[in-house]
Design a protein around this ligand. Sequence first.
Ligand code: HEM
Length: 183
Amino acid sequence: MPDSMVVVSRCLHVLGAIALLGGAIFIRYLLTPAADRLPESERDTFRGDITKRWKPWVHAGITVLILTGFYNYLAVMLPLHKGDKQYHMLMGIKILLAMVVFFIASVLPGRVAAFATMRKNSKTWLTVSILCAIAVVCIAGYLKVRGVPANVPHPAVTPPAAPPVPPDAGDSPIPQEAGSTTN
Ligand code: HEM
């Protein structure tokens, strides 16, 4: 019987990913081209309305993904993947790409003046964040299916370390040749 906390955190993680990535794809490839066909005055009002409604979804999605992601990694997966260098390297890349997605998703509906150029090129940046999020899902899918490789020492089956051998005065580290004398 799986731990219910692990199941709940996995479900929330996948739901967060669906909401953030699905929303970004919808805005970039359906809503933006449709809004571009509106007269300029209506377009700005429409965009402002969508941005106001999308913002809380972005904040909720990021919070859920960070909380469930770090719980999943540190409490669930880390003990299973001790010494599994490839797992941690790919997970590190996944987390970095996720941070890029979170940054773009927070900046585009925001109002910080320093990021006005990014908002002006919002189509390009939305595409960049969608591509990064797709890479994140692909890495996650690979890590899930790959499991724990057989050559990784599992904590449960690693033999205990041999006790230290006490130094013995009679055992010289330099082997002596038969018949040789030391004067
Ligand atoms: C753009 C943000 C993110 C997306 C789209 C995303 C997506 C996914 C998906 C689809 C899975 C597979 C779920 C499953 O098969 O049960 C997953 C697994 C996972 N994610 Fe994320 N994730 C994101 C951010 C994060 C962050 C910030 C962390 C933080 C550490 C994280 C940690 C994990 C872990 C540990 C797993 C389990 C991997 C395994 O099965 O070995 N994720 N993620």
